[in-house]
Design a protein around this ligand. Structure first.
Ligand SMILES: Nc1ncnc2c1ncn2[C@@H]1O[C@H](COP(=O)(O)OP(=O)(O)OP(=O)(O)O)[C@@H](O)[C@H]1O
Ligand SMILES: [Mg+2]
Length: 342
């Protein structure tokens, strides 16, 4: 499949033509289709798209945490030199455990409710960094300080339910740090928190990311967050990549009609009290994907060809890929590698 050259540094994570599906083998219903992107060391990549666009599905696929009902039907995921998708499930998880961590919208889902948070952090330190119990305890205190939790020694003895949501999210971040993760996947990490706490957690993530050179895959509904934090942005729509570009290009020169529509729906300070400009219609659901471009039925510039052809992500500028024919005058560039075309 085509790949837009997106970074000069050798990527840490390379995702190629990834597809997932649900349903019985004879009647597979695609969810993600042909998703390709890379993440460089220390890079923040924002993943945006309406509800149901496949953001969480993508994160779970990368972590090899898909529910049983969903399978990866095609594509590869490479972490450094290791092709994770060639490994057994166990080997994949062991391998990613050394370099990748994930935090979720609701941290309670990944913390063990009956274990003190100190134990949960120390366990990772002992397992991943081969520390003794005493070393792990000291390091756990340091990590809680690092994520700005006050009275850390005391907090280590708390159970997850004794902490606030923001505090729990800080603990999850501390666990990612304990594991020495080089890639952190954050799926809506602040959506469940109130606004001031949200800003604090994002600040913390940004700071740690810069200090530790951690790569961050930041999944969010909030384009404002993306504008502030991301170096590059991937826009997903109905399981496919609509656009992939540096953050400035996404905001200043969006080329996909879906990206434009998303940007138009950001509330401005003046319009906050008014009705939001939302995009008419809704994301097609799994099992009801139209042939051709999945956005065509909602697209203001769709033509007949869009209802039959689904363009791949094609380079429109350096580092800027777009899966739409409109910027190309509705003709596919001859270099486009289109399944079923030719
Ligand atoms: N366990 C599942 N089995 C079958 N389909 C699923 C399952 N989980 C999610 N889906 C479908 O996969 C598609 C992508 O869902 P996903 O949860 O990845 O979206 P999302 O972009 O994370 O949305 P949100 O912004 O609401 O979190 C949706 O159509 C959803 O209905
Ligand atoms: Mg989600």
């Amino acid at each position: 499949m085509t790949g837009v050259p997106l970074s000069q540094k050798p990527p840490l994570l390379t995702v190629e033509a990834l597809s997932t599906a649900t349903g019985p083998a004879r009647r597979r219903l695609t969810i993600l289709e042909d998703v390709s992107f890379t993440v460089s060391p220390g890079e923040v990549i924002g993943i945006v798209g309406e509800s149901g666009s496949g953001k969480s599905m993508l994160a779970l696929t990368l972590m090899n945490l898909l529910p049983r009902s969903i399978v990866r039907t095609a594509g590869t995921v490479r972490l450094g030199e290791t092709v994770l998708t060639n490994l057994s499930n166990k080997a994949w998880r062991d391998r990613r455990g050394r370099d990748m961590a994930m935090i979720f919208q609701e941290p309670m889902t990944s913390l063990n409710p009956v274990m003190r948070i100190g134990q949960q952090i120390e366990e990772v330190l002992v397992r991943r960094r081969r520390m003794t119990g005493r070393e792990a305890n000291r390091e756990a205190v340091r990590l809680l300080e690092r994520v700005e939790i006050s009275s850390p020694a005391e907090r280590l003895r708390a159970y997850p339910h004794e902490l606030s949501g923001g505090m729990r999210q800080r603990v999850m971040i501390a666990i990612a740090l304990a594991a020495n993760a080089r890639i952190l996947i954050a799926d809506e990490p602040t959506t469940a928190l109130d606004v001031t706490i949200q800003a604090q957690i994002l600040d913390l993530l940004r700071q740690l990311q810069a200090d530790m050179g951690m790569a961050l895959i930041l999944i969010t509904h909030d384009l404002g967050v993306v504008a502030e934090m991301a170096h590059r942005v991937m826009v997903l729509y109905a399981g496919r990549v609509a656009e992939l570009a540096p953050v400035d290009s996404i905001f200043d020169d969006p080329r996909h009609p879906y990206t434009k529509a998303l940007l138009a729906s950001i509330p401005t300070i003046e319009s906050r009290r008014e009705r939001l400009t939302t995009i008419d219609g809704s994301v097609p659901t799994v099992g009801a994907m139209p042939p051709g471009c999945r956005f065509a039925s909602r697209c203001p510039v769709a033509r007949a060809v869009c209802k039959t052809l689904a363009p791949p992500v094609m380079p429109i500028a350096e580092d800027h890929g777009v899966a739409c024919m409109e910027p190309f005058g509705y003709a596919l560039p001859s270099s486009a590698d289109l399944p079923g075309a030719a």
